[in-house]
Design a protein around this ligand. Structure first.
Ligand SMILES: Cc1ncc(COP(=O)(O)O)c(C=O)c1O
Length: 431
């Protein structure tokens, strides 16, 4: 038994399901003990048994600058010496909020929170407070965190874990105030607005879905969603927790036609520390306590340590060549993986947006969650294990993305492609 397996025995005994987030479990891959990671540097993991992996997990999104970036280290260590948490205002939170606003014109005011879940949960409450309506419209296969209202037909970890993609324990009453519709289908949305438009507080959407695998909006879709919502007096909540600051310095929704009223951020803005944000126009944000009647709070919200990491991250991401570099690396890796699949004769498709892409074990890229679910799960499982065996750590789910960071080197990308060549050969041998 190796050290990961020993730790797994203890974890299974003391932690529910052995993991602190289901997305980390290897169970959906038909496995048992996951690999326990001891350290991470640049684009690499080292496990507790001393094995090294190139990792394209990106910590499920937060890792964009690479593990142990010197600037993040310096700022976080410096802040730690000066105190991790005050429970009183600190200069960093102001500077960070200004940094977000300068990148996102729609964000006149923000609130900093500690996770994407909190950002979305708070934005929903604010949309309900602002409109005096209850109904939230979301899209099948989008994932917005684990608040009650958004665990209806959800993507990501909940989809991978199976069980109907809804969570037990969500009250019936909460479900009545949520509608989940197919992504990329304006007609269904139009019908919903025709029937229940006057009840809709907000349409909540990932402009590019990162949680049913990467699935992008078709031309005109996001503009159509925004137009319908606004025509019926509903708000648009742009959930950019996973794609914000990942595709460009700022958000991507408006570039693709979305007209957001509220924006949710998380993951990449925090440089690996717990940091999320929601915000929008002043007329909405002034409804938040202590000025307004909508309550939202947080002991850890905007803490000095997280904002120090966030400020360092924004500074790194502001450099001119960052996004072209990430994009070029993403393209090289995705092209190499696609070529390897073709050479092995494995039917796959790749959907790539900058430094994130999903390899689907189906010949056509999916348009929505229904199509994304129609893939060769067994082939993905075999591929996952073969990659791990060759020293490449991927997310243990067909609904996640491969993520490239500034910490990856040319060698890491080459190793990823070489491993994929071997893994596809194994997939065909075992088929
Ligand atoms: C689009 C989106 N929204 C919200 C969340 C929830 O964020 P967190 O896991 O930080 O609570 C996620 C996490 O995967 C996400 O991808």
């Amino acid at each position: 038994m190796n050290e990961s397996q020993r730790l797994w025995r203890r974890a299974e005994d003391v932690i529910a399901g052995g993991v602190n987030s289901p997305a980390r479990s290897f169970r959906p891959m038909g496995g048992d003990a996951p690999v326990f990671i001891r350290a991470a540097h640049g684009g690499r993991f080292e496990d507790v048994d001393g094995r090294s992996y190139v990792e394209f997990l990106g910590a499920f999104g937060p890792n964009i600058v690479g593990h142990g970036h010197p600037l993040v280290l310096e700022r976080v260590a410096g802040q730690l010496r000066d105190g991790a948490l005050f429970g009183a205002p600190c200069p960093g939170e102001v500077e960070f909020a200004e940094g977000l606003r300068s990148a996102i014109p729609e964000l006149e005011q923000v609130r900093l929170v500690s996770s994407g879940t909190e950002a979305v949960m708070s934005a929903i409450r604010l949309a309900r407070a602002a409109t005096g309506r209850d109904l939230i419209v979301k899209f099948d296969g989008n994932y917005h965190g684990h608040a009650d209202a958004v665990l209806v037909n959800t993507g990501s970890g909940a989809a991978t874990a199976g069980g109907g993609h809804d969570s037990a324990g969500v009250p019936h009453g909460v479900r009545q105030d949520v509608r989940s519709l197919p992504f990329n289908d304006l007609q269904v949305l139009e019908r919903l607005f025709a029937e229940e438009g006057g009840r809709v507080a907000a349409v909540l959407i990932e402009p590019i879905s990162g949680n049913m695998g990467m699935v992008g909006p078709e031309d005109g879709y996001l503009a159509g969603v925004s137009e319908l919502a606004h025509r019926h007096g509903a708000l648009v909540i742009d959930d950019e927790v996973i794609v914000g600051f990942r595709m460009r310095y700022g958000i991507i929704g408006p570039q693709l036609g979305l007209k957001p009223d509220l924006i949710c951020l998380g993951k990449a803005i925090g440089g690996g520390l717990a940091l999320g944000a929601y915000g929008g126009g002043r007329h909405l944000m002034r409804l938040v306590a202590p000025l307004g009647p909508m309550f939202q709070a947080g002991t850890l919200a905007g803490n000095p340590l997280s904002v120090a990491a966030g400020l360092a991250t924004l500074e790194i991401l502001r450099a001119e060549d960052v996004y072209p570099r990430l994009d070029a690396m993403g393209e090289r890796l995705a092209d190499g993986v696609a070529a390897a699949a073709r050479a092995a004769g494995v039917p796959t498709s790749i959907t790539r947006y900058g430094s994130m892409f999903t390899l689907f074990f189906r010949p056509e890229p999916p348009r929505n969650y229904l199509e994304a679910q129609d893939h060769d799960h067994r082939a993905f499982q075999r591929f996952f294990w073969a990659m791990l065996e060759q020293g490449v750590y991927l997310a243990p789910s067909p609904y996640e993305a491969w993520i490239v960071t500034l910490g990856h080197t040319d060698d890491d990308i080459a190793l990823g492609i070489a491993a994929a060549e071997g893994a596809f050969a194994q997939v065909t041998r075992e088929a």
